[in-house]
Design a protein around this ligand. Structure first.
Ligand code: AMP
Length: 263
């Protein structure tokens, strides 16, 4: 099974930095570092509809906090590209916008969480997506990570706005850098700033498939907001703001709540 996410896209600032790098630039990182320094992230999960910006925030926060972002979607896509048995089982469900069976995903997450780089904390992106997965995660954390309260970051945005973002999303098949033809275009249309590869659209980002993904989200994942709402470390952020503001909101709230917990 392939458990490695594609390499991080977050880079330190360099002269001549490309457009997409700018989003995750030194400015974003330093702007947030003062609050982030105070944060001991522990286990964090980003909860929100597909396309809301969990991946982008996960990348930035992972860099600031020095913990791994674990994206079940990225791990599954890596398995599909490598043709592993898991990838073969998951491919059709992913293509249609449906969910991969819970037990396949929870086994995958359990194996990834055994890695030592998760000891100081980790950021879950795209997991859990069902109540069954959330219950599994609770049990797993109680059994293996005693005393570490899970922080839930609920990222909200109007679904029409998300659809507009997603249909314009393109990705580099080589380095996985994400662009948006409207909001964050590459320097040369259709080509990656970093390696010039031809950009593609994720095959589940078409308007039709994306609508299915949103329906699946409403049916399977939205109940998780209720599941977690009474949780002490529940943080709600407006994901429609600029990425750096969203990062700041998450960092500040998490820092405040973790400090309150200690008192
Ligand atoms: P994402 O990149 O998070 O949007 O995930 C892409 C696709 O991978 C989803 O549409 C699902 O088919 C599958 N997937 C990712 N995470 C999960 C999960 N936690 N449970 C079930 N399926 C998942």
């Amino acid at each position: 099974m392939e458990l490695r996410e594609p390499r991080s896209r977050v880079k330190d600032f360099q002269p001549g930095m490309t457009n997409s790098d700018r989003l995750l630039s030194h400015a974003v990182l330093t702007e947030n570092r003062s609050t982030a320094d105070a944060v001991r992230p522990g286990p964090v999960l980003l909860l929100g509809a597909p396309g809301v910006g969990k991946g982008t925030q996960g990348e930035i926060l992972a860099k600031i906090w020095g913990v791994p972002k674990i994206s079940t979607g990225d791990i599954l896509r890596a398995n599909v590209s490598n043709g592993t048995p898991l990838g073969v089982q998951a491919a059709q469900m992913m293509k249609s916008g449906g969910l991969v069976p819970d037990d396949l995903v929870t086994d995958m997450v359990a194996e990834r969480l055994r890695d030592r780089d998760t000891e100081a904390g980790f950021i879950l992106d795209g997991f859990p997506r069902t109540v069954c997965q959330a219950e599994w995660l609770d049990k797993y954390l109680n059994a293996h990570r005693k005393g570490e309260a899970l922080a839930i970051v609920s990222m909200c945005m109007d679904h029409d706005q998300i659809l507009q973002r997603v249909v314009h999303r393109t990705v580099c098949p080589v380095c996985k850098t994400v662009y948006n033809t409207e909001l964050m275009p590459p320097k040369r249309a259709g080509h990656c700033d970093l390696d010039d590869a031809e950009l593609i659209q994720r095959n589940d980002d078409s308007a039709v498939i994306f609508k299915t993904r949103l329906e699946v989200f409403r049916r399977e994942t939205e109940p998780l907001f209720e599941f977690y709402r009474s949780h002490f470390l529940f943080i709600e952020v407006d994901a429609g703001k600029t990425p750096s503001s969203v990062t700041r909101d998450i960092s500040t709230s998490l820092s405040r709540l973790r400090n309150q917990m200690e008192q």
